[in-house]
Design a protein around this ligand. Sequence first.
Ligand code: SF4
Length: 326
Amino acid sequence: MPPPTAERFTVRAVLDRLLAEPPPPADPTEVAAVLAWFTEEAEARVARCPPEALPLRLPKARIESLLACERMTVAKLGALPLSEALVRGRCTDLLVAQHALTGLTADAEDDLRSALSARADHDVLAWIDEADDDGRDRLWRHAGLVREALRTGWGPIDSAWWARPQESVRVPVADGALVLSCTFDLALGGPGTGRPWVLVEVKAGTARDGNRSDLLWYSLVAALRHRRPPDLVVAWSAADDGLVPVPITAGSLEAAGRRALAALDRLVELAAGREPEARPNPRCRWCPDIDRCPPGLASLDAPRTVSDRTYLDDEQDWVADDEAGW
Ligand code: SF4
C-alpha cells in the first residue's frame, strides 16, 4: 500500500489555499449587529466604573487572566520582570517578523542580536548577555528550531501579502473610557491589498486548543477597528510548527464578545475597589503572587491534569507600555 500523500498542514499551504479558494465573507449585516451589541454592552459596564479609575484597558492577556484569577490580574498590573519564557517569546516574534519582511540568514543568533539592537531592546540584550550558558544555549537552540520551521513550514512570503509584523490596534469605547487592544504578531493581506485578510498569532511553544479564545479576541478587535472581520486567524506554534486556524463568523465574534464582557464585569468591579478573589489554576506556578498566596501554594501540591501540563509558560504575552495599569 503506498504511503499517505496528504499535504502537511502548514502556513504555506493555508495561504496558498486561501488564494486559490478565498473564503466567503462573514455576513456583513450580522457582523454589524454583533459589533453594535458588544459596544452597547461594554459602554453600559464602563458607565458603572468610578471616573477616577478610568480609562480601563482590556488587552488580550488581561481577559484570560481575569477569567482565571482576579488576584493574579492585580498582581500583574505592574511591569513584569524579564524571564527566559518572555525573552524566548520576544525572540520568536522577531524571527517571524524578519522572515516575513526580509528573510533570515543562516545565523539565527546574529539575526536576533541585530533585530534587538535595531529595536533598541537593550533590556532583552542585557538579559541574554547575563544569562548562564545553559540559558543562552536553550535560547539559541530554540531560535534555530524556529528558523528551520519558518523555512520548511512557511517558505518565502510573497510581498503581495503586505506582511505587517507587530501591528498594534487600539479601539476606544465609550469615548475612550475603555480601550480594547491587541498587537497582531503578523497581519497579512486585508483591506487595500486585494488578498484575504489573515492574522497570525505567534507562539514560542507548542500548539494548544486554548489559543482559540485569543484568536477570537483578535478577530473582534480587528472587526471593531475596520468594521469587518479578518477572513482567517491562526495561531502558529514555533516549537512544533503547529497551526490552530479559526475561520470567523458573526457567531464566533459574538462568542469573543461574551467572553470579553464577562472579563470586563470583573475588571469594573475590581477597579471600583472590590477585593480580588484568588482562584487556584494551572498558572499559579508562574504567578508573581505565588509566595504570598496560600490557596495558590496549596494548589501546587495537587496532582496535575493533562490540561494543566499543556499550559506553557512561554504563552505569556509581551505587555505594551500603554497596557500597564487598569
Ligand atoms: S497563586 Fe494562583 S490563586 Fe494565588 S493569586 Fe496567583 S494565580 Fe491566583
